[in-house]
Ligand binder design. Structure first.
Ligand SMILES: Cc1ncc(COP(=O)(O)O)c(C=O)c1O
Length: 321
């Protein structure tokens, strides 16, 4: 950033100082065409962020915290394991803040993701799959990519983001996404539904909304056959819902924030992805589609009143699948 740009007030003539300030404050869109009732679905349009996903918020929060407390020096390299979205969020924030970025990614994630990350200036190290297949990344595949990231960080003297253990991810959603949803819905939220990767989105928003509405129902979305959060043995490691459903309980998991786990099949995910694109004009990724499938199931289950409002999240754009 030039000295002139750094001193320019961010509010001047409606100017946004950098891509960092484009993160957050996403719209909350009603899905009335694909779900006319019972109840209403409101979806947080996280695919509209500069990196194209919900992960931009955690990326910015982790980097800013590390710079503020001296763990990340100006211009120092940043390293992370990603399924694509955290990498894109980090690439956006690293470009704006002036850090080189190296990401490790399972070879099971799509090549479009590699191209997107490279276009954003990141170096991408692809890690061979352990037991998954292309398009279906397992927990073991993710652990192999995380091990590679730790090795690269040590070799290059880089700052390792470690998104599964960084507390700033949950906090970012508790302090931004949750309050935004509450304000945008005028405090009318009966249920919160979201798939779980690191759990930052689910947990942070659940904490923020529960603090405002103690009777809020919080539902985690898990791939059918892969429901460790629901307490079932994992019988199916491979599924379509990339970025989530890794078959284990994430480190920051707070069981008291989850009322139920809703299973979603690959077929339902495909069906809702198509419906969102063709009937709402929302071309989103698989986890977004699974979230909507689960929200419809919850609203149709009779557990909530017929005029309930359920909020979910459209995690990322469908353009990179
Ligand atoms: C497509 C997609 N959906 C959902 C998630 C889950 O987000 P979180 O890590 O906040 O649980 C991720 C995380 O990488 C993702 O890539």
């Amino acid at each position: 950033m030039t000295a002139a740009a750094a001193t320019m007030p961010s509010s001047a003539a409606g100017i946004t100082r950098s891509a960092l300030d484009l993160i957050g404050n996403t719209p909350l869109v009603a899905l009335d065409r694909v779900h006319p009732g019972p109840g209403r679905i409101l979806a947080k349009a996280e695919f509209m962020q500069p990196g194209g996903s919900v992960k931009d918020r955690a990326a910015r929060a982790i980097l800013l915290a590390a710079r503020a407390d001296g763990r990340l020096a100006a211009g120092a390299p940043v390293v992370e394991m990603t399924s694509g979205n955290m990498g894109a969020g980090l690439a956006v924030a690293c470009a704006a803040l002036g850090h080189p970025l190296v990401v490790t990614m399972s070879a099971g994630n799509s090549l479009q993701r590699v191209r997107m990350l490279e276009a954003l200036g990141a170096e991408v190290v692809r890690v061979p799959q352990v037991d998954g297949v292309p398009g279906q990344v397992t927990g073991a595949d993710v652990r192999a990519a995380a091990d590679a990231a730790e090795r690269v960080a040590t070799e290059r003297g880089g700052f390792y983001i470690d998104q599964f253990h960084a507390p700033e991810g949950v906090r970012a959603h508790r302090d931004t996404t949750g309050p935004e949803i509450w304000a945008q819905s005028s405090g009318r939220v009966d249920a919160w539904v979201a798939a779980v990767g690191t759990g930052a989105t689910f947990l942070g928003v659940a904490a923020a909304l529960r603090a405002r509405n103690p009777s809020l129902i919080c539902a985690a979305v898990e791939p059918a056959g892969c429901q460790p959060l629901g307490g079932s043995p994992v019988t199916k490691h491979r599924h379509l819902i990339q970025g989530t459903g890794y078959g284990s309980v994430p480190p920051h998991w707070t069981a008291g924030l989850m009322d139920l786990s809703i299973p979603v099949t690959d077929a339902a995910t495909e069906e809702w992805r198509r419906a969102l694109a063709t009937r709402e004009g929302l071309h989103v990724g698989y986890s977004a589609a699974a979230n909507v499938a689960a929200t419809v199931a919850l609203l149709s289950s009779g557990r909530l009143p017929s005029d309930a409002t359920a909020v979910t999240v459209l995690c990322d754009t469908g353009l990179k699948y």
